[in-house]
Design a protein around this ligand. Structure first.
Ligand code: PEP
Ligand code: MN
Length: 262
């Protein structure tokens, strides 16, 4: 993952869009995949606002075992249907090595969540594929540990790793996490891999998400991944930090404008 080994920036082409290229990457969608119709409606709206990819969890890492755990394969099918309807690439989280063969049939980008950043068996399993991997930083992990996790994927032969800063735990409790903007220029100095920001998990309150999306891109991020829903207050998970389709339209414009200045 280190610069000296690979001086040029890595770029990753996904359905015609280049992550780490001239345009900022914009990924949006619900925290969890819910209904098929609802997902397609979100996908159509975000596409019209300029998104490149649709996100949505089918396997959800919930703090409580009694919370909604995701629709599983059914959710993957809805993602594939939304991809079919809109042409957007789809991004979804994978939590176990044994599910790689299943998930890879449906999604364009395999997301490794913060809680699994050091699930080494999982990292090795996705490293044995050549599918792009979105590797989120663990909320209590150092930059060094994060890059070592990327190394697990790269060293198995998969060069297509996209890093994602999604906020770390600090003493502050007003916000859900603290988006570590410092990590963006640091990672870009240390590594050739593209890095995105996730302001939704990074701050945890919808009203502040757009400001932190701009800040992430101003710090040099290659793009953003944000949680969006037609009715955030009815979302099955992470509704507090989820923005509306109208708010997303403004966010996407501001991300593009900010990226032009960097
Ligand atoms: C998510 O993207 O919905 C998610 C669970 O993210 P994280 O792993 O960053 O908490
Ligand atoms: Mn979420």
């Amino acid at each position: 993952a280190s610069r000296p080994f690979h001086p040029d920036n890595t770029t990753i082409e996904i359905l015609g869009h280049v992550v780490g290229g001239d345009e900022p990457t914009i990924i949006a969608g619900p925290c969890s995949v819910e209904s098929k119709e609802g997902l397609i409606e979100i996908a159509q709206a975000i596409k019209a606002s300029g998104a490149h990819m649709l996100r949505g969890g089918a396997f959800k890492p919930r703090s409580s075992p009694y919370s909604f755990q995701g629709l599983g394969e059914e959710g993957l099918k809805y993602l594939a249907a939304a991809r079919e309807a809109t042409g957007l690439a789809v991004v979804s989280e994978i939590m176990e090595p044994g599910l790689v063969d299943l998930v890879i049939d449906y999604v364009d980008v395999l997301q490794i969540g913060a809680r699994n950043m050091q699930n080494y068996a999982l990292l090795k399993a996705v490293g044995k594929t050549n599918r792009p991997v979105l590797l989120k930083r663990g909320f209590s992990n150092t930059i060094e540990e994060w890059l070592m996790s990327a190394e697990y994927i790269l060293s198995e032969g998969n060069p297509n790793v996209i890093l994602c800063e999604r906020g770390i735990r600090t003493f502050e409790t007003y916000t859900r996490n603290t988006l570590d903007l410092n990590a963006i220029p640091v990672v870009q100095h240390l590594s050739h891999l593209p890095v995105l920001v996730d302001p939704s998990h990074g701050i945890g309150h919808s009203r502040y998400v757009t400001a932190m999306a701009r800040a992430g891109v101003a710090a040099g991020a290659a793009g953003v991944i944000v949680e969006v829903h037609k009715k955030p207050e009815e979302a099955w998970s992470d509704g507090n930090q989820t923005i509306t389709l109208e708010e997303f339209d403004r966010l996407a414009k501001q991300v593009r404008d900010t990226h032009r200045l960097v």
